[in-house]
Design a protein around this ligand. Structure first.
Ligand code: SF4
Length: 474
């Protein structure tokens, strides 16, 4: 995640290109991967495949760094993985590597903000958000470090560097001083290193085969490389691989608060994170929602793509037909906030098209994972009505979002969140649905089945610094 001077003001979600992103499309900050070859083989092709697999976690920039002949070589660029790297980049040879796919949030995406951040024998790829970045920056500048970017991986690299080669000491200070979430991988003086904050907010899995050890945001990065998932990096610990030996060190107590949105929305359904299958959780979300808020209807339609698994389970539990009644144009990337309703409608129409014969004269249950501002859902409901639906019942597979996130997910300010300002009945009126229901918090917790962070649903932030930040922006 990146920062600028106007941290947490009302323009938080404005990029440095001046565009405002459509936060009804929540965005995740980054995918990371680290890999070590036990047999001294080149890791570059595997890194490249892993970055492709993690593209959904960040589509604005990508990069990798490899360790070769006692030096670090980096390759990075703005855009999609397929467009950034040249053939000769992929022929670079090195037996340790880290990679990153990125979404910019605060501050946008300048060339200098593309990760990994490389500094004097260290290369860091970071996933998460450091809430007290300005304080850390000031401290490190006082120690003589010069900042060249606005990304969290830069203070991380300097913290790792400042303690010379006392890795345990450096990680202890990171765990103590960095407020927020971090699931990071690094090349550290010829070792592969990874570490995770004690709350385990962002996922970080690892796996191994006879040739390679890999750490990544999601198991899909392991799968595409034929590497077996072995488990998750424990919160509050770090893990190094050097000369083929794996060394795990617990630094502080593990206090898991897994981001519930990783299951509801972000991670790929074919991933396993924190030991839980994302597909299975989404299925349970849909099933539970059908039990809590049943509806008499003719057809269940998902808002593609992330709601599909839950919608199928909702349909099965309700004994209602499931149909792909909305088709997504896959060639349209991110959309930006449109100033007028007409422009918003046109943007949604370009992205989603209803299948008329599926919805015409039908009572439709529309399933989505969340409602942020409500403006996109309003347009989708209208699209389905315009296509001839008799009724549109909206069911949401998570509880209402009432508070912003300071732990690494772009959720807008209190003011912009529709559920912070309106009752469920008022939201139903605003989006123009015949009925609206959200999954309960208990239902969400039961489906995910492991301890979660629910701060954006309840406003109960679980770290002191963020509690103060939230008060300040209210
Ligand atoms: Fe995830 Fe919400 Fe917690 Fe942010 S506040 S980490 S979006 S659950």
């Amino acid at each position: 995640m990146s920062h600028d001077a106007s941290e947490y003001d009302k323009n938080d979600f404005k990029s440095n290109t001046g565009k405002r992103y459509n936060m009804d499309e929540k965005r995740e900050e980054c995918g990371v991967v680290g890999i070590y070859s036990k047999l001294g083989q080149s890791v570059t092709p595997l890194l490249h495949r892993a970055l492709y697999a993690l593209q959904h976690r960040g589509q604005d920039a990508a990069g990798f760094a490899i360790y070769s002949d006692k030096r670090i070589i980096e390759r990075k660029g703005i855009g999609l993985v397929e467009s950034i790297f040249k053939k000769e980049d992929l022929e670079l040879e090195g037996s340790i590597g880290v990679g990153h796919t990125r979404y910019p949030t605060i501050g946008g995406c300048a060339e200098g903000d593309v990760q990994p951040t490389v500094y004097d024998g260290i290369a860091v790829a970071h996933n998460g958000h450091i809430a007290n970045y300005p304080d850390l920056k000031k401290e490190l500048e006082g120690d003589g470090y010069k900042f060249h970017s606005t990304v969290d991986s830069e203070p991380m690299a300097y913290y790792l560097h400042r303690d010379k080669e006392d890795l345990k000491g450096a990680i202890e200070k990171i765990m103590k001083n960095f407020e927020g979430s971090f699931s990071d991988v690094a090349i550290y003086h010829g070792k592969l290193l990874c570490y995770r904050d004690q709350r385990e907010l962002r996922p970080l899995v690892w796996g191994e085969n006879k040739d390679f050890i890999m750490v990544a945001s999601e198991t899909v990065a392991l799968d595409v490389n034929g590497i077996e998932y072995k488990g998750d990096i424990r919160g509050g610990s770090y893990f190094t691989v050097e000369e083929g030996n794996l060394n795990k060190v617990q630094i502080v107590e593990r206090l898991p608060h897994h981001c519930m949105f990783e299951y509801v929305y972000f991670s790929r359904p074919d991933s396993v994170i924190n030991g839980r299958s994302v597909r299975l959780v989404r299925s349970l979300l849909g099933e539970q929602l059908a039990k809590e808020s049943p509806v008499k209807a003719d057809v269940v339609v998902p808002v593609p793509d992330t709601s599909r698994t839950a919608a199928m389970a909702f349909a099965k539990e309700s004994s209602i037909e499931y149909e792909e009644g909305l088709i997504k144009n896959r060639y349209i990337g991110r959309t930006f906030i449109m100033p007028t309703q007409e422009k918003r409608r046109n943007a949604v129409k370009l992205k989603l098209n209803p299948v008329k014969d599926i919805v015409v004269d039908k009572s439709v249950v529309l399933i989505d994972d969340s409602i942020v501002r409500g403006t996109t859902m309003k347009e989708i409901v209208q699209l389905i009505r315009d296509a001839g639906a008799k009724e549109v019942h909206v069911r949401i597979t998570s509880p209402p979002i009432k508070a912003p996130c300071f732990y690494g997910v772009d959720i807008p300010t209190f003011k912009e969140l529709i559920a912070n300002n309106k009752s469920i009945e008022q939201i139903k009126e605003f989006i123009g649905a015949d009925s609206l229901a959200y999954l309960s918090l208990d239902g969400l917790k039961t489906a995910i089945g492991i301890p979660i962070c629910d701060a954006c649903l309840t406003g109960n932030y679980h770290t002191e610094y963020v509690k103060k930040l939230a008060e300040a922006v209210k």
